[in-house]
Design a protein. Structure first.
Lengths: 38, 360
């Protein structure tokens, strides 16, 4: 049950990241030394 | 207020897009990958290799990383290791200079210019036929370089991405939450590789032919996507080799992964803005995959919102069932948030090795 709940949370969070990503990109707020991709 | 017909149209369009991105596209890849290409042929050889690591403040990782580089299974006379230090302020440079006597070449900038500039400076010093890029934090498998370069036997291959394995506190590959999400991603990447090319490499470990490198704009966010995609646009393939492995700890909480993801997706927006030809099938041989995977992921959140909102205006038959399922899903996410807040240490790795037992 715990895995399902955390998976649902991760899914929602990762999707929200796309909205936040657009917001930060539009604002030009980027730190060039934060690790991004895997 | 939405009329039922408009709400229905929005519901089904949103449902179709979300389903396609998360289920339809991976299934399509699965079938497609069995039909079009084989996995390619590797031939083990020993071309000259330049291993490039760009680092900023990596005091915690730099010693283990340098030791790891010196332990790699590759002829020392054919391996150039370049550490590009981008104005570190935490003493990383003092630790790194000790390795200069071991043959590690250090490119040092007194001021911070960004990762892309650090990579450009390092590649300018590279002499190897093949450039391998790695990050400072992850530990490389001893045979990772051999596995990567064996793929360049195929002249159509311009780049190769290794596999990043995320380990949990026990040293096993992480299976839940972020680990599960990452496994799903890797499945898609491996299928895309079989069909033609990846849409980006694993920043922890990837290799390209040196002659294909073009200097990066200084404010590049995703060097490990821009470099491979330039190669693909130039007519070569970029493939995935799961035999070349790097190990990292799984993010200690979904929130840490979230911050990384925000930046990745910011980088995707930057890529589309900088390289609009990625959206043109006439220019980009993996345009369909790029639209389905990368652009689709950028659009999904808005369609998820539209799906839920339109469902609120459709409270009958299957729509009611859909609303119950969606509500249950978001309540589960809320409960997951509460669990994550209450016990972050439960999914935090307990060891400091950062490498998993396979690498150790």
């Amino acid at each position: 049950m715990r895995t399902i709940l955390l998976t649902a949370y991760t899914f929602v969070l990762m999707n929200w990241a796309a909205v936040a990503g657009l917001y930060h990109f539009a604002r030009g707020s980027e730190n060039l030394w934060i690790k991004a991709t895997r | 207020m939405l009329g039922p017909r408009i709400a229905e149209a929005i519901f089904w369009i949103s449902f179709s897009l979300v389903s396609y991105v998360y289920l339809g596209y991976p299934l399509l890849l699965l079938v497609w990958s069995f039909l079009v290409r084989d996995a390619g042929v590797k031939r083990y050889s020993e071309p000259t290799v330049s291993l490039v690591i760009a680092a900023y403040n990596e005091r915690e990782n730099i010693v283990s990383k340098m030791d790891n580089c010196l332990e790699l299974d590759y002829p020392r006379e054919k391996l150039q290791v370049i550490l590009s230090l981008d104005g570190p302020t935490d003493g990383t440079d003092a630790l790194a200079w000790k390795y200069a006597s071991c043959g590690i070449e250090i490119v040092w900038s007194p001021v911070r210019r960004g990762k892309a500039a650090a990579l450009n400076a390092a590649v300018a010093e590279a002499r190897g036929e093949i450039i391998v890029f790695a990050d400072a934090r992850q530990r490389l498998d001893r045979g990772a370089l051999r596995e990567l370069v064996a793929n360049f036997h195929d002249p159509s291959v311009g780049g190769v991405s290794g596999e990043l394995i995320l380990c949990d506190g026990t040293g096993e590959e992480a299976a839940g939450g972020v680990g599960l999400y990452w496994r799903y991603e890797k499945l898609i990447r491996s299928r895309e590789s079989r069909i033609h090319s990846l849409l980006g490499a694993t920043g922890a470990l990837y290799a390209i032919r040196r002659k294909l490198f073009e200097p990066l704009p200084r404010d590049t966010i995703l060097d490990d996507m821009m470099i491979p995609l330039r190669i693909v646009l130039g007519g070569k393939r970029v493939i995935f080799d799961p035999a070349a492995r790097a190990y990292d700890k799984v993010a200690p909480s979904p929130e840490v992964e979230y911050r990384r993801k925000v930046r990745t997706l910011m980088g995707n927006y930057q890529l589309v803005a900088r390289m609009p030809e990625l959206l043109l099938p006439s220019r980009n041989p993996v345009c369909f995959q790029f639209l389905s995977h990368k652009v689709g992921r950028l659009l999904v959140p808005y369609f998820l919102m539209a799906l839920f909102v339109s469902n609120l205006f459709l409270l009958r038959g299957i729509y009611l069932g859909s609303l119950v399922l969606q509500t249950a899903w978001y309540l589960s996410a809320l409960a997951g948030y509460a669990i994550s807040r209450r016990s972050p240490e439960d999914h935090a790795p307990k060891s400091q090795a950062g490498s998993g037992k396979e690498a150790a």
